[in-house]
Design a protein around this ligand. Sequence first.
Ligand code: DAH
Length: 345
Amino acid sequence: MTLAELDSQQAASLAEVTAAADAAALEQVRIKYLGRNGLLPAIIKQMKEVPAADRPEFGKRVQAWRAALESALAERVADAATGKKERAAFDCTLPGRWFAPGAKHPVSRVIEETAAIFGRLGFTVADGPDIETRFNNFTALNTPAHHPSMDASDTFWLTDDRLLRTQTSPVQIRVMTSHTPPVRIITPGRTYRRDTTDATHSANFHQIEGLYVDTKPVSLADLKSTLAYYAREMMGAEAGVRFRPHFFPFTEPSVEVDFSCHVCGGKGCRVCKMSGWIEIAGAGMVDPRVYEHVNQARGDHAYDPATVYGYAFGFGVERIAMVKYGIPDIRWLYENDVRFLSQLA
Ligand code: DAH
């Protein structure tokens, strides 16, 4: 064995001491090098084959190796007995694990704020399932199978009779079927449409439906004042509303509801496409045909179109969140990116 080989063997033996996982492994290393049939005794036995000139240096290095190996082994064995290695592995100066905090999601925020605002007006929150019947989602809302408005929302059917609801309006039917007037509810929830995703569309989004039906006169003026109150509470004291005539199968008359643009105050800007107004909701007075379908489902006449009055409305939650918080792309709401979500903290 040459001096160079001796050095590399020494380095290897010390590395094995360092790598040994426990006391048993350290003992294996000791036996391999220092045991009676170990490598060091074998090398010493072969000393006579080392050239005479190298022999004194060779002998010195073998002794040094033995000393280094013995002390390394002794240190590691003592550590293993006291558990020092585990403690040494815990470095309390390392930075802690960063817990990336988000914040309440803008969609949840709009839903909760809306529920609080309408709560002050006496509305309670009702709930309905994502999987609806054809009757609740369409027929009772005065949208028969052949109706053209079904095309736009003819969507995720699960069976001939069941589908992922295209709107939260079917909860109107559920509430009226199970409660006599007066009813005053809002109902937030998920809705589904066969939409191609882009900056303003998603096949899965949220709506908040509202319904007020009473046995005393309720008018379009009541609807307007209620929505004006909501606009001010949600968007700020300066917010105004306007109604534009529209058509929905389940309201008559029907309107589309715009909020004045909170960014430019109505002067016209990029957010409101220079119009000063932002489309926010559909609404109207509940169509008598809807009451008739409800009565049919109830088997009584609790919603007599001659004596009950009511209005309904439906908001897009994402739309309000995007307008209120200045979010340019609906997809940001679904990506769960904390860089986005933490901004509302
Ligand atoms: N369901 C309608 C939609 O998804 C929105 C709507 C319009 C709801 C008028 C209403 C209403 O309650 O009265 O487009």
